[in-house]
Structures are given as structure tokens and as C-alpha cells.
Design a protein around this ligand. Sequence first.
Ligand code: HEC
Ligand code: HEC
Length: 484
Amino acid sequence: MLARFGWVTRSALATALLALGGCGGTGNEKEEVASAEPSTASPSSGALDAAVAKVSDKDSADKPAHLVTPDRAVDPKKLVDVVEQEVKGGENASPSPESILWLPSDQSKIKDEPLTVKVPKGLSPLILNVNVPAANPLTKGKFELGKQLYFDPRVSLDGTISCATCHNPEKGWTDQLSVSVGIDGHTGGRSAPTVVNTAYGKTMFWDGRSPSLEGQAQGPIQNPIEMGKQSYEDIVLRLRAIPGYKDQFEKVFGTDVTLDGMAKAIATFERVAALSGNSKYDKYNSDGDLTALSESEKRGMVLFGLRLRGDDEFKTNVALKKAECTSCHTGSNFTNEQFHNIGVGWNAEKNDFADYGRFVISPIGSKNNSELGAFKTPTVREIEKSGPYMHDGSLKTLEEVVEHYNKGGNPNPSLDKDIKKLNLTDSEKADVVAFMKALTGEQVKVELPTLPPGTDGKIPDPHAALTPPPVKAAANVFHPAVQR
Ligand code: HEC
Ligand code: HEC
């Protein structure tokens, strides 16, 4: 395994991670920390040097980041000593990268209980090894810790931005902006997707570049325009100074604060809290409550591509699958988890896309033109709340979305074959919108947490970070695809 690793300096590690950019754009699926040992080959401060594994694209594809842990025995005592020195500012004060990112947990210290989750009606149960990684089972303490980290603005460089700034549960787990606004009012090139039902997601991001919620959660905290230009060390050491976090990490992971633990806790919170089901559609479909949907919603459902229940005698008088949204928005979370070009972001004058999407992520040598301008099919559950829509937030309302599909998308050389003119009448368009609104459901009520006091005794108010800062600079660097 070590043979795959190259030794690089700390700044090279930071550059490598930042280059992938974006909320969670750590390229975590491509990097892996190899060793706690200081590098001798490096000109800069030895103990801070990191080893980065450039796992080949092929490897990363079949090896989710959260399942990859360093396979070398590390003496936990040694690591803790080094870190204590760093926190105290003593000689040889630099922590080893591994002690910051990952520490072997002392099982005897873990005092946490399993968390059983009853998912809302219409969703499939959360299953270990299917929707929950074996390395990160659901526990109560992890959920509470993850919730605090999710809402804690101290995770950002200047204490103003939390995950909830851009993924606010009250706003359908988004910021309801076309493109997100991060630290110092920087804007990016993509719209914040909803976190709703990402527990069922096969990949994360509009282009699917991260394989898991765990992998995703490590990115935004050190993205210069989301949460600030800071290194993992900065964040982890800042949180280690907060006794409340130190104690919880000990209890939940049997370690000090680490990036690995942060990612696991935040992912657990998202997996459990951001669930939406038991909508009018689920009451109709699962409970057989034939009155749960209005006539317009039923017509919309049939146009969307779903049949009426066998015991429903209502005659919709519309053609089944006339809009055939289910060719992509399918299954209990209304997404096939695939990537499609529906023509969003195509500039006909320039004959080019503003953002190449999935194409950029595909390994060199297997790039396929059909991936140009292709993005992940999003869920349409809870959709009423999460506009503006599409990866670039270019469509403001659900009516505009239906209009987009009705005209056959934006014709371009790699338009998906399933995107074609629909010839919906005005009332049929309204029906499709009505059906999508019937997918607004029951959400887990998220009470904002009380955050642990900092070293100054102050307790930050998580509400303050719910309002994004005013826009100042358009940086457009969420992702290399946007940076071209
Ligand atoms: C400044 C706004 C901003 C902040 C802060 C932010 N995100 Fe994001 N998030 C985004 C954007 C924009 C994307 C989409 C980026 C892309 O696809 O390239 C995204 C994508 C995601 C996704 C992928 C969802 C999907 O369906 O693919 C998840 C999950 C997520 N963020 C969780 C988090 C967590 C957890 C945090 C805090 C550690 C966080 N975000 C902080 C803006 C933000
Ligand atoms: C060929 C696959 C495909 C078909 C068919 C399809 N969609 Fe989509 N849908 C997508 C993809 C991919 C996106 C994201 C595109 C992007 O951002 O560039 C999307 C985005 C959306 C969004 C915005 C979601 C968000 O969070 O921003 C809505 C709403 C939506 N589709 C509804 C529909 C409806 C209604 C139909 C039927 C008329 C339909 N879709 C048919 C693949 C499809």
C-alpha cells in the first residue's frame, strides 16, 4: 500500500486538496493520509509534512474513501504526546498530519449507544453497509456531536459560516440562493443542493465527485470561499481547545478531535436529520388513502410517469408518461442517481457549457462526450422549498422547470435522449407542478443545538450563521470545472 504514496510537503497537501475545491471538494476519494512519520525529504518543517496518496482514478472508483483507513499500526500514545505539545506550543510543537486527520480509537473509552431510526413513510429503512457505512454506524452521541458541528460557525475561519448557512433545514436544507455565498461574501459557481435524503445518495455533489457523506463533509471547512482559507490542522486544533468538543470526541470515538471524527459525526447527523417522506403522495401510495391527492395532483402524478393505485377509480384523462419524468426521477427518492445533460448552462452563442459537470470528473482516457454538461439527477422530494433550481440555480420556479422540459430542454450536442418536446397543455403543466408540491413531506424537526462554550467562555449563537453574508466578490472557484 505504501508503494502508492508519495511524500509531499504540507503546502503541497493543502494545494492538492484546495485544487479540487468546493463544498466537500476535497477529492477525498483521491487523497489518503499515509503516515504519522515526519518526512525527511522535505525542506519545510518535518513533522507537518503529509503524505498524500494519489490513488489512481480506477482505484478510487471501487474504493469509497470512508472505507479506506491507513493500514499501519500507529502508537496512539506517541501521537497524543505530539499533539499536546502543539496545543501547548512547546518545542517540536508540530502535530503529525495523521494525528489531526485520524487517530486509532480506544474502544474501551467509547461510551455511546446505538441509534435506531424510524424513517418517514415512503422511504426505505437505513441499513448498515447499504446506506450507512460499516465504519460509521449510527450512534446517539455521534448524532448530537454532528448536529453541533453542523451548526457551529467556529468551524469556519472567522466564525461566521456554518454548514447550515448554505444548507439550512428551514429552507429545504439549502440557502435558497442561485449560487451559494460563503465567507466574506464570496460566491461560487454552483447552487447548494439540498441535503434532504442524501442518506440514500450513491454519490455526492452535482457531478458526483465524492462517494459518501463522510468524504463530502471534509471539504467545505477548508474551501477558501466557503468557510475560509484554513488548513485541517487549524480547524482541528481550534476545536481541540474547546473542552466540550474534546469530551464528546473522547466519549463517541475514544479519540481527541480529528477530521475523521468530524466527518463521521456530521454525516451521521445529516443521514438521520435530513430525511423527508410521509408526503401526500406517500399517504396515497403507501397507505392507500385515495383522498390524500387532489385530482390535479393525480393527473400530475400520471403525467410524471406513475400509475394510479389499482383501487383508485378516478379517471385522469391524461396520457401516462406524457412527461415521463420517471425515466430519471425514479424510485422512493425520485432519482436514478445517474448523470444527465438536460441542457442547463448551455450557451448557444459560445457553443459551450459554462460548467462541464460530470465530464471533468471522469478519468482521463474514459471521458465520454455524453458526460459534457451532465449533472446528477436530484431528488424532487421537498422540492417546493429548495429553489432556485438546477446546478446553477438558473430556473427560479417549478413552473420554469416544467417549461424547460416542455420545450425539450436546451438543444446541444450532448443532450440526453430522454429530453424531448412534451407538448403539455397549460393545465397539464400546472398538474405536474401540483404533483411535485405533493412531495413536500414530513421532516425531522431540527432544534438548533446549544454549542459548547469556547476558551473565552463565550457560546456562539448558531442562529446568527443561518443568514448568508452579503455578496461581495464573485470568485467562481467552487470547482475546477467552473474555473476554466
Ligand atoms: C458557502 C456555502 C456552503 C457551505 C458553507 C457548505 N456547503 Fe455544502 N454545498 C455547497 C455547494 C455549492 C454544493 C454543490 C457543489 C458542487 O456540486 O460542486 C454543496 C454540496 C453539498 C453536499 C452534496 C449534496 C448532494 O446531493 O450531492 C452535501 C451533503 C453538503 N454540501 C454538506 C455540507 C456540509 C456538511 C457542510 C459543512 C461542513 C457544508 N456543506 C458547507 C455549498 C455550501
Ligand atoms: C433525462 C433525465 C431527466 C428527465 C427525463 C427529467 N429530469 Fe429533472 N433533472 C434531471 C437532472 C440531471 C437534473 C439536474 C440538471 C442540472 O442541474 O443541470 C434535474 C433537475 C430537476 C429539477 C430541479 C431540482 C433541483 O434541486 O434543482 C426538477 C424540479 C426536475 N428536474 C423535475 C423534473 C420533471 C418535472 C421532469 C419531467 C417533466 C423531469 N425532471 C425529467 C434529470 C431528468
